[in-house]
Design a protein around this ligand. Structure first.
Ligand code: F6R
Length: 366
């Protein structure tokens, strides 16, 4: 059932082009250049009454929610907060009937996420769920459900569920923008075109897995490393770092690149690997100057950028290029080399990739 792959995780990484296509499916009307989401039962009037959005989830799903925050704020111009579910209820969040709460859960059974959903409903908020399991508790209790059609995810480390959650956020963000008129039609068209091209671009990244494997093998000899990036690259850095810790047991930290000099730079010493993501045009130069700060202290920097850029290679030791895409969509590509990186690092260290120690696929205790 691993279909010729050595591990479920690798199989699931390779299933992502299909998961993207299935999750977009009939939800994109290419001819009309719009998103259709019949599963969202909100009337345009109800959508217009949303004053704030809360995204609540755990772990990798929370990281998808961080991308979701940028996407919704950018496209729909509604303020969004993203919270870890185990913290959300205890900070007495301000939830009103004008709050839209989005819960994100692969399994749809995570206890903290479910409890957050119930609290949101108790306060009169409408709840949209992004989940991979039709008929899960989260799916049953939410008002509207966007199913991510990633198919069953067996490996404990989430890969295709995360990227399908990103697709869910892109679709929902565009849907809100269409209804609210917060984005130009030509802009929506451009993002939609970018979305439809993603599966093929993921395939192109997967064809270069050997290059990532070599970097993973170098990294596997280290005890500690950093992931840095700004904006959406920072959100993906957090996910890359979690994935690496989870299955390779190598300690890593994700840092907003501009924040390093406020303390963490003290940990940068000769030879420490730093994975630097620099796909966001508007933040590129700033990120490069942060890369120079770590390089000057002896870090070994592996950079991820977009094809067409010729600058990053000059500042780092090695680069990996993702195919060009709309900056908003970059996370759906940049995370793929990071998934492969953690997979091959875990493999090089001889760990049980699919069943890392101390972890369960579905966390049903709070
Ligand atoms: C990490 C991972 C976990 C889950 C988290 C939430 O790879 O899989 O961090 O993302 O436990 O699980 P769901 O999405 O099922 O609510």
């Amino acid at each position: 059932e691993k279909a010729g792959f050595d591990h479920f995780m690798l199989k699931e990484i390779y299933e992502q082009p299909k998961a993207y296509r299935d999750t977009m499916g009939a939800r994109i009307d290419a001819a009309a250049s719009k998103v259709v989401l019949p599963e969202i039962g909100m009337t345009p009037e109800q959508i217009r009454s949303i004053r704030q959005v809360h995204i609540v989830a755990c772990g990798t799903a929370y990281h998808a929610g961080l991308v979701g925050k940028s996407v919704i704020e950018h496209l729909a111009r509604i303020p969004v907060e993203t919270d870890v579910a185990s913290e959300y209820r205890y900070r007495s969040p301000i939830i009103t009937p004008e709050t839209l709460v989005i819960v994100v859960s692969q399994s749809g059974e995570t206890a903290d996420t479910l409890a957050a959903l119930r609290e949101a409903k108790r306060c009169g908020a409408r709840v949209v769920a992004i989940t991979n399991v039709v008929g899960s508790s989260v799916a049953r209790e939410a008002d509207d459900v966007i199913v991510t059609w990633a198919g069953p995810e067996i490996a404990v480390a989430s890969t295709k569920a995360y990227t399908s959650q990103l697709i869910g956020f892109y679709l929902f963000g565009l849907y809100l923008a269409q209804t609210l008129g917060t984005a130009e039609a030509t802009y929506i068209e451009e993002v939609l075109r970018g979305l439809r091209e993603l599966p093929e671009k993921v395939e192109r990244i997967l064809e270069q897995s050997e290059a990532i494997k070599e970097v993973a093998e170098q990294i596997s000899t280290h005890h500690s490393l950093f992931f840095i990036g700004r904006g959406l690259d920072y959100a993906v850095a957090l996910e890359g770092s979690l994935k690496l810790k989870e299955i390779s047991y190598i300690h890593s930290e994700a840092y907003a690149a501009g924040e390093l000099k406020h303390g963490t730079l003290a940990l940068i010493e000769e030879g420490i690997p730093v994975i630097a993501l620099a796909t966001q045009d508007a933040l590129f130069e700033k990120t490069v100057s942060n890369i120079k700060e770590v390089k000057a202290r002896g870090a070994q920097v592996f950079g991820i950028h977009m094809e067409g850029d010729t600058e990053l290679a000059k500042a780092v030791d090695e680069v990996f290029a993702i195919p060009q895409t709309h900056p908003l969509l970059a996370p759906a590509l940049t995370v793929v080399p990071l998934q492969l990186l953690s997979y091959y690092a875990s493999l090089a260290l001889g760990h049980d990739v699919d069943k890392p120690r101390n972890l369960a696929k579905s966390v049903t205790v709070e």
